[in-house]
Design a protein. Structure first.
Length: 276
């Protein structure tokens, strides 16, 4: 059973400038709720017992958000506001499962994952990328069920328009296991239209084996001088580690760009029958 999740949060968030020049993108409200809380709720609903946040010194506002007890206690004592009490109880619930590690240099997702090496206990763990929200269905919960069934690593998959494949990691698939799951033969990072082996893209949910740390320790930087998690996954696949691409049900929302952030807020507001 998957009990631990990691969430890389140290990125600079340049696609959401100027907002992220003074604020962590993961705390930006999406229909009145910080984006990171949607990710935490997904983890809790999937049965995760510990969530490791990978932050940088520049993103310590995230830690403060969850450890601002004095502020809440003062407000509750002064006003006895039930809404504030409810919010504080929610924060306390999150605090019970959160741990923090630091990645102070932006050296890629692979480097961020490596920072959690000494905290991961079991053979596999869940990783969620916070820019990717999946609503209407708990993708992490579905992937954990696939992991339990096939005893393998799992990555979320979604069909994308062929004209956009250069924006994604793209799967080369070996064979279909069933309607929604396929064995992965390779993952190609941001291929050209002509190089792309399919239009099935990697989405920000992964169940990874603990052995990936052994590769990341010695991995050389790839494109952009960063350590890419995809490169380590490719090496594992070549060494006969089984990875499954899971076609999740639910709706994918990209919160990592200004346009995507606005669309996500409108989409979730619509889902909640929110009246503007």
């Amino acid at each position: 059973m998957i009990k631990q999740a990691i969430i890389p949060l140290a990125g600079l968030g340049t696609r959401l400038l100027p907002l992220t020049s003074v604020f962590a993108k993961e705390l930006l409200p999406i229909n009145g709720k910080p984006g990171i809380e949607y990710i935490l709720d997904e983890c809790i609903d999937a049965g995760i017992k510990e969530v490791i946040f990978i932050i940088s010194k520049k993103k310590e506002i995230i830690k403060k958000y969850f450890y601002n007890d004095l502020f809440y206690k003062k407000i509750i004592k002064k006003k006895n506001d039930q809404r504030v009490k409810k919010e504080y109880q929610k924060i306390l619930k999150y605090k019970k499962i959160i741990k923090f590690v630091y990645q102070n240099k932006p050296l890629g997702t692979g480097d961020a994952v490596l920072k959690t090496k000494n905290l991961i206990k079991d053979s596999h763990f869940l990783m969620l990328l916070p820019d990717d929200l999946i609503i209407k269905n708990n993708c992490s919960k579905s992937m954990i069920k696939i992991h339990q069934k096939y005893k393998s690593s799992v990555m979320a998959s979604m069909k994308v328009d062929k004209s956009t494949v250069s924006r994604w990691g793209i799967f080369k698939l070996k064979k279909n296991l069933d309607k929604n799951n396929s064995l992965i033969d390779d993952v190609i990072e941001k291929p050209s239209i002509h190089e792309a082996p399919s239009n099935k893209a990697v989405i920000g949910r992964y169940i990874l084996p603990k052995k990936i740390f052994n590769l990341l320790i010695n991995q050389k930087p790839g494109k952009g001088g960063e350590i890419h998690i995809t490169d380590a996954i490719q090496s594992l696949i070549k060494n006969n580690e089984t990875f499954i691409a899971h076609n999740f049900s639910g709706k994918y929302l990209d919160c990592g760009t200004m346009n995507g952030y606005v669309k996500s807020t409108l989409e979730i507001a619509k889902l909640w029958n929110f009246v503007w």
